[in-house]
Unconditional design. Structure first.
Length: 324
């Protein structure tokens, strides 16, 4: 059985914040942000929420796949910035779409979240438990940023991306060809955001809001070593080399990470499409937003082989080889 991505969609908040706009909020400059990261601007939520952006991206993906919400069996949302602790973002999206048949739950794997969701959907579909999955990567990271910390707040953005994944009959294309994912909790604190503190009568701690903090250089080193190794392993599993791949669709954290991965893989940089210039780092949403932009530009043709790869908080990473 072939597990194929049959539709994509995305949604970005209406409001844009440029690097120059940010320079009025913290001590930074367009020159520093552009040269160190490749980011020029990002969309930040004002009225939008993680669930409303997810639902808009999901509706577009369903339309692209030409199927109705009632056909979705499995709805997985990857996010670290849901609107509620409970209900999950996936349950909120289910209600907004009217996808009454779907079983819905969230995955927390930060910037690898969409890839973890894709692999989870793959496992359900491959075993025949479900036929049609809707997976969403969505974040409102601006609500967990410390807007006085220039080392983090300039890097991230808000948005959502979605894909419809379906178990197809033989002859309808190959779909997902190889997959691997991994986690290293022992290094988790290099990119962290604490949850709520325990205010029970015994613990008695006051509520202090917590924001993302990161050892940027450690995360950078992790990314440029782990990602090429992970991609090499999935290529080997698929019996392919870099030369067989039309595009490498990577998590969008920093243009220098993307360039370093290209160099280490000895692959042309032109094969690495970029959305971080106008989206910033959107964590779980970055891979599906980029995939949707490529799909809508007509860059993906049936039979093309692409690699998708996510990496980040946890620490976590995941890569896949996909035939479009
Ligand atoms: O989604 C996955 C998670 N994130 C990542 O993958 C991020 C990985 N890491 C990175 O992309 C890079 O490490 C950063 C972009 C975060 C930082 O770049 P860097 O080249 O490692 O810079 P740095 O942290 O070493 O800082 C260099 C200087 C420091 O000043 P001093 O100590 O040299 O005087 C910082 O204080 O740049 C300063 N700096 C800034 N200056 C202007 C830090 N942030 C800013 C800023 N504007 N926004």
């Amino acid at each position: 059985m072939a597990i194929r991505i049959i539709g994509t969609g995305s949604s970005l908040p209406r409001q844009v914040m440029t690097n120059d706009d940010l320079a009025e909020v913290v001590d930074t400059s367009d020159e520093w942000i552009s040269s160190r990261t490749g980011i020029k601007e990002r969309h930040l939520a004002k009225e939008e929420t993680t669930a409303t952006m997810s639902a808009e991206a999901a509706r577009k993906a369903l339309m692209d796949a030409r199927i109705g919400a009632e056909e979705v069996d499995l709805l997985i949302a990857a996010t670290i910035t849901g609107d509620y602790i409970t209900p999950s973002t996936a349950c909120e999206v289910q209600a907004l779409l009217g996808a009454g048949k779907a079983v819905a739950f969230d995955i927390n794997a930060a910037c690898s979240g969409f890839m973890f969701a894709l692999h989870t959907a793959y496992a359900y579909l491959q075993t025949g438990i479900y036929k049609t999955a809707l997976i969403v990567g969505a974040e409102t990271l601006s609500k967990i940023m410390d807007w006085t910390d220039r080392s983090t707040c300039v890097l991230f953005g808000d948005g959502a991306g979605a894909a419809v994944v379906r178990a197809c009959e033989e002859g309808e294309g190959s779909g997902l060809l190889a997959f691997e994912q991994g986690s290293d909790g022992s290094r988790g604190k290099v990119l962290a955001c604490e949850g709520r503190q325990n205010g029970n009568p015994l613990a008695g701690r006051p509520f202090v809001p917590s924001y993302v903090h990161m050892d940027g250089q450690e995360v950078y080193k992790f990314a440029v070593t782990t990602v090429p190794a992970s991609i090499r392993r999935v290529l080997e599993e698929a019996g392919m080399t870099e030369a067989d791949i039309k595009y490498f669709v990577l998590h969008q954290a920093n243009i220098r990470i993307i360039q370093s991965v290209a160099k280490r893989l000895k692959a042309e940089e032109e094969k690495f499409p970029v959305s971080l210039d106008h989206c910033g780092n959107v964590s779980a949403a970055s891979v599906p937003i980029l995939l949707d932009e490529m799909n809508r530009k007509g860059l993906l043709e049936k039979g093309d082989k692409i690699v998708m790869s996510g990496f980040g908080g946890g620490l976590t990473w995941a890569s896949a080889v996909v035939e479009w």
